[in-house]
Design a protein around this ligand. Structure first.
Ligand code: UDP
Ligand code: MG
Length: 329
């Protein structure tokens, strides 16, 4: 059995050596003990620091380590997809490079895989997180679960083990706008959840600015179905009904009492509300059209500039890699 661990890295120079050491320790021990082989696939997502240099040095020293380096920063979604495309394992674990996902959980995940689960998911609590962000997250998940069809759970992220079946299912979805949290849930299969204590980043800093989080949140809402469009439609319908009632009432009043000129307040209210609803609706429509625009371009999700790994042959993979794995794109 071969276990792959996929680690997206973006400017992780401060922590990468510690991550490699801890992974080597945990897996080296467990692999020997339980008799499996493992590989570590580091995906360098266009880091500007010396992450790649450190990865190369580590790869030269340890035959378990493979690296894939992107031509620029393509984002974590693309990095995870690259890892899944290159993985040779019977199962693959996805984890962060910053040790927020403790490597010590991997043996437990592998045990779950051996019991026949296709997805072994690590769920964190929110201990140590800022109260405000924990609250916002809870609110967001309530909202999102009302709108999207797939179920998303607070505390469940990308840290998980996937069986080959699950990996192939994810690779079969070649959509350009990937929202993994939803995709993982969408593919289904037998799932097992294991819990762990929330960890703070070991070193370096988070790449998630508020802006990035907001746009990720909108992705989650829009990526799965057309319910937001339906909501616009319903809002429009409601406004029409309210308007008709208001017009009738006003008309009757005019017929009974004549026209009274003051109407500034009602006029301005109507303009603002209708204008607002219209703009929101056009915005939602625009989001969908924007997505269609990116989908129809059919661009590759990522471009590899350097790697010591061989891409796996997959019928669904359209990213034209060269056999030596170099100079792709
Ligand atoms: N990451 C990446 N590309 C990006 C941003 C982040 O590959 O554009 C990686 C990063 O190196 C880390 C993981 O994704 O391994 C999670 O990022 P981070 O720790 O910054 O997010 P947080 O844990 O704060 O949500
Ligand atoms: Mg982190």
């Amino acid at each position: 059995m071969l276990v792959s661990v996929i680690i997206p890295c973006y400017n992780e120079s401060a922590v990468i050596a510690a991550t490699i050491a801890r992974l080597g320790e945990v897996l080296g021990h467990d692999a020997q003990h339980r008799g499996y082989d493992y590989e570590l696939i580091f995906v360098d997502d266009g880091s500007g620091d010396d992450t790649l240099k450190k990865l190369k040095a580590a790869a030269a020293a340890d035959g378990h380590i493979r690296y894939i380096s992107f031509s620029r920063n393509f984002g974590k979604e693309a990095a995870m997809l690259a890892g899944l495309t290159y993985t040779r394992g019977d199962c693959a674990v996805i984890m962060d490079a910053d040790l927020q996902h403790p490597p010590e959980l991997i043996p437990e995940m592998i045990a779950g895989y051996e019991q026949g689960y296709d997805q072994v998911i690590a769920k964190r609590n929110r201990k140590g997180d800022k109260a405000r962000s924990a609250f916002m997250a809870r609110l967001y998940y309530r909202l999102v679960n009302h709108i999207v069809d797939v179920k998303m759970v607070d505390g469940i992220g990308d840290f998980r083990l996937l069986s080959r079946k699950a990996v192939n299912a994810l690779l079969a979805m070649q959509e350009y706008n990937r929202f993994s949290k939803g995709l993982f849930s969408w593919i289904g299969f037998k799932e097992k959840i294991i819990s762990y204590e929330n960890q703070q980043r070991a070193a370096g800093e988070t790449k998630w600015s508020f802006k990035r989080l907001l746009s990720y949140g909108i992705d989650g809402l829009i990526s799965f179905n057309n319910k937001p469009l339906r909501i616009c439609f319903i809002m429009g319908g409601l406004l029409v009904v309210i308007s008709v009632i208001y017009i009738l009432v006003t008309l009757i009043q005019i017929l009974m009492h004549g026209i009274d000129v003051p109407g500034y307040f009602t006029t301005i209210c109507a303009i603002l509300i209708i204008g607002g609803v219209q703009l929101v609706s056009v915005g939602v429509l625009g989001e969908y059209i924007g997505r269609i625009y990116y989908e129809v371009k059919r661009r590759p999700h990522f471009l590899v500039s350097e790697t010591n790994a061989q891409p796996q042959k997959s019928k669904t993979d359209g990213t034209g890699k060269m056999p030596d794995g170099k100079g792709e794109g």
